[in-house]
Design a protein around this ligand. Structure first.
Ligand code: SAH
Ligand code: SF4
Ligand code: F3S
Length: 473
């Protein structure tokens, strides 16, 4: 088979990262292998996002830059996938003569056929067909990076929640869940290739399986928990309205389930929540947070916030700040509200000015920074089991740590904190030695954006906590 080079650039959420891997996987049988070098590629895929206006602009500028590359290499196939492709469809080929293929969020499994046709006839294709069910649930595991130990697995697609600010239901279609057998099969294959941690993905994993009467999300987690060789399970995202008691209980009973939940709340004000169509109140949300902390003391909780939703008053914004302080998040993502043409809130009155949105965003981030710092400080002196991801790239403390010789590594705690640590040089005869290992780290330094610690395992590789292993040299 002749080898052709495929370059994929991805903008957007974890689902797009997963999709990029699927795209590489379905095109591999056609002879395409991945390249980082866009100039020598035979095919370029821009995998796009349209969640906020900026993401869409970014997609169009990435596409614009490709015009020049196509001019220099006319046989290059230029393809646009993801949510902008789904949103804009035909308009992209009209506006951009250098684009050969526009494929929507449900078209990935139709790609091989389309690419073959383009290769042989040099036609231009737009496929943005959405279907209500999952038509093709083939298990595909695309290429993994060297030393990759963590992977995403999409368990459902689409969203039926129609939050008024959000474009996702319009570009990802109706909610549909994959069969648990396919999910388990895919994770087994990933584990066979060295993956130790999976993150199960869906816009609202809490309603997994409901429509198709497959099994509940808690039951799916229990099945994944049984997979031999898998070390950790994470998931995202949870809609607070559908967070069930069974799922809360899973944090207390499934040993592989990490002690972290991303529970986007968006606002701390009931009227704003109502106008966002979130279908829970601040009180409902706080009750669920309390249940989580009762079942799993120390669980790390993170969230998403939108500031400057149309009509948001200063008092309503203060209610959001108050909620942040009440919950005491381990971390959060905050966004300035952005009009999305397909989302109903675009037609809402009383839009908030950019200046006010910016100010509120800054205030919110300042409040959270103080909370994060305090929570980081509380971790000092405590031991965390870390799944090592690789040599540490962060040098943000500028600290000369402990005694030489040693090397810096980093990984994540169960609570999803990134922890940098030093390991005695004697352990590092092989470069990848610690990658994929579980090690116990004593936290010794806490900074605004990072945590630092010292490895407690004995240099002979004996782990100090039961059940954890150091990868053999
Ligand atoms: N399904 C997930 C969210 C996916 S989008 C959930 O319900 O939690 C990720 C985040 O982008 C959202 O949580 C929200 O905070 C933000 N977001 C979505 N639409 C937005 C918009 N129009 N403007 C600003 N932020 C937005
Ligand atoms: Fe968007 Fe709401 Fe669906 Fe999340 S739950 S993807 S915010 S519509
Ligand atoms: Fe973006 Fe689509 Fe994800 S709009 S956030 S890539 S679902």
């Amino acid at each position: 088979m002749n080898t052709k080079k495929l370059h994929i650039s991805t903008i957007g959420c974890q689902m797009n990262v997963y999709d990029a891997n699927q795209i590489a996987g379905v095109l591999a049988p056609l002879g395409y292998s991945l390249t980082q070098d866009i100039d020598t590629a035979d095919m370029v895929v821009v995998n796009t996002c349209t969640i906020r206006e900026k993401a869409e602009q970014k997609a169009f500028s990435a596409l614009g830059r490709l015009a020049k590359i196509k001019l220099a290499n006319p046989s290059l196939i230029v393809a646009v996938g993801g949510c902008v492709a789904q949103q804009e469809g035909q308009a992209i080929v009209k506006r951009m003569p250098h684009v050969d293929l526009v494929f929507g969020t449900h078209a990935i499994f139709r790609l091989p056929e389309m690419v073959r046709r383009i290769e042989s006839t040099r036609c231009r294709i737009v496929d943005v067909r959405l279907s209500d069910t999952i038509e093709n649930d083939t298990v595909v595991v695309g290429p993994l990076d060297t030393g990759q130990i963590s992977a995403f697995v999409t368990i459902m697609r689409g969203c039926d929640n129609y939050c008024t600010y959000c474009v996702v239901p319009h570009v990802r279609g109706r909610e549909a869940s994959r069969h648990p057998d396919r999910i388990v099969q895919e994770i087994r294959m990933l584990v066979g290739q060295g993956i130790r941690e999976v993150t199960l993905l869906g816009q609202n994993v809490n309603s997994y399986g409901n429509k198709e009467a497959l099994c509940s999300f808690a039951e799916l987690l229990a099945r994944v928990n049984e997979i031999e060789g898998l070390g950790r399970i994470r998931f995202t995202t949870s809609h607070p309205k559908d967070l069930s008691e069974a799922l809360i209980q899973a944090f207390g009973s499934l040993e592989k389930l990490c002690h972290h939940i991303h529970l986007p709340v968006q606002s701390g004000d009931d009227l704003i929540l109502k106008r966002m169509n979130r279908r829970y109140t601040r009180r409902d949300y706080l009750k669920k947070v309390q249940r989580l902390r009762t079942v799993c003391p120390g669980i790390s909780i993170t969230s998403d916030f939108i500031v400057g939703f149309p009509g948001e008053t200063d008092r309503q914004f203060q209610a959001t700040l108050d909620l942040i302080k009440t919950v005491g998040y381990d971390g959060l993502f905050a966004f300035m509200y952005s009009d999305r043409p397909l989302a109903p809130a675009t037609a809402f009155s009383n839009k908030i000015s950019d200046a006010v949105k910016k100010e509120r965003l800054q205030t919110l981030l300042d409040v959270q920074r103080q909370i994060t710092e305090k929570r980081h400080q509380k971790m000092v002196g405590k031991v965390q089991t870390v799944l090592v991801e690789g040599p540490s790239r962060s040098i943000d403390t500028g600290q000369a740590l402990a005694t030489a010789p040693q090397t810096r590594w980093s990984g994540r705690s169960s609570s999803n904190h990134i922890i940098h640590f030093t390991a005695p040089d004697i352990l590092l005869k092989k470069k990848q030695w610690l990658t994929g290992a579980f090690v116990d780290i004593m936290i010794e330094g806490a900074y605004a954006h990072s945590l630092w610690g010292r490895m407690l395992n004995e240099p002979n590789g004996e782990p100090s906590s039961k059940g954890d292993t150091i990868v053999a040299a």
